[in-house]
Structure formats: C-alpha cells, structure tokens
Design a protein around this ligand. Structure first.
Ligand code: BDR
Ligand code: CA
Length: 309
C-alpha cells in the first residue's frame, strides 16, 4: 500500500522518465500533484515540460504547480547554461493540455501537508528550494512528511564540480535546511545512480516496446545518454531520478545505510558537497542508497512503459 505522493522535479530528461514511471498504468501511485522548480532549465520550462509529460502519459489533468524560480541565496546555475540544453530533447512531445493551476508550489505543498489525512511521501528530483521554503514558512509540515526520497549528492566525485552533484550544488542552502529538519529521508547519490546505465541493449528493449510513450522515452534517452557517455566514458547514460520512483515501487532493488550527512555551504571549492560519514555512528534520519539491482530496475521501467496504450 503506497502512501500519498507529491513529486517535486525539474524536467530534464531523467525527471521525465521518472514521471513516466510514476504515472504508468502498470502500478498507479497515489499522486496528489507535481511541483516544479528551477534546475535543469529555468522554471517556465520545467513547469511546461512536466505538463507535457503528463499529456504524453495520458494524464493531462494531473495538477502541476510552478514553484521557486531561483535558489535561496545563489544565482541560478542551470544545466542549460552548462550544457546548452532546453530540457527535453529527442522526442516530439504533445503540448500541455488545459490551464495550469495558479497556486504556488510551496503553497500547494504546505496546504496538502497541513491537511493530510495520512503522512505524505515527497519524491524530490531537483534542487531542494521548494521543499526548504515550505519548511521555513511552515515548519509544522515536517510531522506530516512520511519520508523524503531525494536524488542528490555524491559520496565520491561530483558531476557539476569535482565536489558537488548538480541538485545540491544549485541550492546548497536549501539542502542544508532540508537535511537538518530531522525528517526520515532516503538519498540517492551519484554513486548509486551511476550504476543504472541505459546501455545500447537496454535502449533497444525500450525502443522495441513500440507504443507512443515508450517511443518518446527512447528518443529522449538516446539523446540524454550521449552527453553522459562522452563525459564519463560510460557504456550508457545514468538514470538518476528514476531511482527515486523505482525505490517507491520496489525498495528491494536497493540497499541503503543510515548515516550522518552534512551539506557544505561555504567552501569556495567544495560548496554543495554532501559530506556523508559512511562509517559514522552519530544519530541520523537519513538512509543513503548504496547498491542497486540495475537489471531489476530496467525490468520495472520496461514493464511500466509497456503498460501505456
Ligand atoms: C541530477 O541533476 C539533474 O541534471 C538530473 O535531472 C538529476 O536530478 C543529477 O545530478
Ligand atoms: Ca532532476
């Protein structure tokens, strides 16, 4: 039995695949809504991209709330500036349907959490700005968050600087607020997501499904894979954000360890570093993912994409 869910995201191709996993008919999750934040691309694009994915998934009525257009303290450093990307390349996606809700994402998060009949899970796939602002504005929401399941950080090398992973680097101050709130959290760092590679063989299996959603997903993944393969010399692009949704669907795909974590917010070379004390014994509410059954995760994703008509 899944708890009610809100997905906070910044699509982004891997966010888009995560949303298609969350919206799939194969295993419907009780999704209350999607909130978007500036990250991979500016807010207007992440919001529009999330609505396009809902339309592609045949669920255009899914409410998508636009949130914070920039980090708490830093100026926005989007992947668009770094990679020249516009968000979702590689597929012809349908236009968003209808009109988007006008409520701010932070207000939506707070109202849902304050009025929750049961605790809500937050799946967080981008910079942590929306979640931090909600916690600052209304700290009492913390008790109604069942768990935060977050993609971000690195135990080893970062991907935007040698020290930092993109989501945490963009808004390290927000990450500090979130990771010091004492909320049960599961964190998927690059060390785990780089085990989940869209190899040519796996991409072919997705292409072979043949329905419009899977074809669009394959188009995006083919495009997305190229950049990471070149940079990291990997046999396929890492599927970061889908790890979060895969965990909600099947925790057994992963091993995790409960460890202390702190966010570096001041170091000139190290800002955005997730300082994870892998052998530490200090109390912590954070489980950091370690290993993943990548083959099982792709089976889950392929089943999900195949379940679209
Ligand atoms: C994270 O950064 C974004 O570019 C991806 O969508 C993912 O959430 C990986 O570092
Ligand atoms: Ca993301």
């Amino acid at each position: 039995m899944h708890s009610p869910l809100i997905v906070d995201c910044d699509p982004g191709v891997d966010d888009a695949i995560a949303l298609l996993l969350a919206l799939a008919p194969a295993h419907p999750l009780p999704l209350l809504g999607i909130t978007t934040v500036a990250g991979n691309v500016p807010l207007a694009l992440t919001h529009r991209n999330a609505r396009k994915i809902c339309a592609l998934a045949g669920k255009p009525e899914t409410p998508v709330y636009a949130g914070c257009p920039r980090p708490l303290l830093r100026s926005l450093a989007t992947a668009e500036e770094v990679h020249g990307a516009t968000g979702l390349q590689g597929a012809d996606l349908p236009k968003p349907v209808g009109t988007a809700p006008t409520q701010h994402a932070v207000d939506f998060l707070i109202s849902q959490l304050l009025n929750a009949a049961e605790p809500i899970t937050l799946a967080v796939l981008g910079p942590l700005t929306n979640i931090a602002v909600a916690l600052i504005q209304s700290p009492q929401i913390a008790k109604n968050i069942k768990q935060l399941v977050i993609m971000g950080g690195a135990r080893g090398q970062g991907n935007i600087t040698p020290s930092a992973e993109f989501n945490i680097y963009v808004d390290p101050h927000a990450a500090h607020v979130v990771f010091t709130a004492g909320i049960p959290t599961v964190l998927f760092t690059l060390d785990t997501t780089h085990q989940v590679l869209t190899t040519p063989e796996r991409l072919k299996r997705i292409q072979a499904i043949g329905n419009p959603v899977a074809t669009a997903a394959a188009g995006m993944l083919a495009f997305y894979g190229q950049g990471d393969r070149n940079i990291y010399n990997l046999p396929g692009g890492p599927l970061h954000d889908p790890c979060v949704i895969a965990y909600l669907l099947n925790q057994d795909l992963f091993t995790t360890k409960q460890v202390p974590i702190a966010i570096e917010t001041t170091g000139e070379q190290t800002i955005g570093r997730t300082v994870i004390d892998w052998y530490g014994e200090a109390p912590s509410t954070v489980q950091v993912a370690d290993t993943v059954n990548a083959e099982g995760l792709y089976e889950l994703l392929i089943d999900a994409l195949a379940s679209y008509s």
